[in-house]
Write a protein that binds this ligand. Structure first.
Ligand SMILES: [Zn+2]
Length: 173
């Protein structure tokens, strides 16, 4: 999946517990997986990992850093790390509001591209991967600044990609 996404290297770390959600990524190229993520069915885990790899491959951290710098009035080069830029939005609802469209777009992108990565790399259908993952009634995510739409909405947005995923899943690996 890493290679398919055009990345040279991604590091995988284990989280000690589920307090940070099941998976997240850290700039510039780290995917962190919780103990419960590692217990998921193969295709659900493939989707989850694919989603995080898309965040890294699409350089969403950098995109966030730029947007947050612009909207907070900072100069362009004040940071080279997206992580630090994210802290600008902590407790700053006005700023979060101004970049929320970007976060939503990034999450949608990570969902559908992640589902296609899981299809091509692991032969996973949208149904066995993303839809099964969202269908498991998880309590992860949420909060006022959460960029993730409710699971039902995320599932609906993935349906148009079902056929592409089916074709990719059939390709020789
Ligand atoms: Zn995400």
């Amino acid at each position: 999946m890493v290679e398919l996404a055009g990345l040279q290297e991604v590091h995988f770390n284990g989280a000690p517990d589920d307090s940070g959600g099941q998976a997240h990524s850290v700039a510039p190229n780290v995917v962190v997986l919780s103990p419960s993520a590692l217990k998921l069915e193969t295709c659900q885990l493939a989707f989850l990992v694919g989603h995080e790899i898309v965040h890294i491959a699409r350089r969403h951290f950098d995109e966030d850093a730029i947007a947050l710098s612009v909207f907070s009035g900072k100069t362009a080069q004040w940071t080279h790390h997206g992580e630090d830029a994210m802290q600008l939005a902590d407790g700053n609802f006005g700023l979060a509001l101004r970049v929320s469209h970007l976060w939503q777009q990034q999450e949608q992108e990570a969902d559908w591209l992640g589902a296609l990565l899981a299809a091509q790399a692991c032969g996973c259908s949208i149904k066995a991967g993303a839809l099964a993952y969202f269908g498991q009634d998880s309590e992860f995510g949420g909060g006022i600044a959460a960029a993730h739409a409710p699971s039902a909405e995320r599932m609906r947005q993935l349906l148009p990609f079902t056929e592409s995923a089916r074709r990719l899943a059939r390709m020789p690996r």
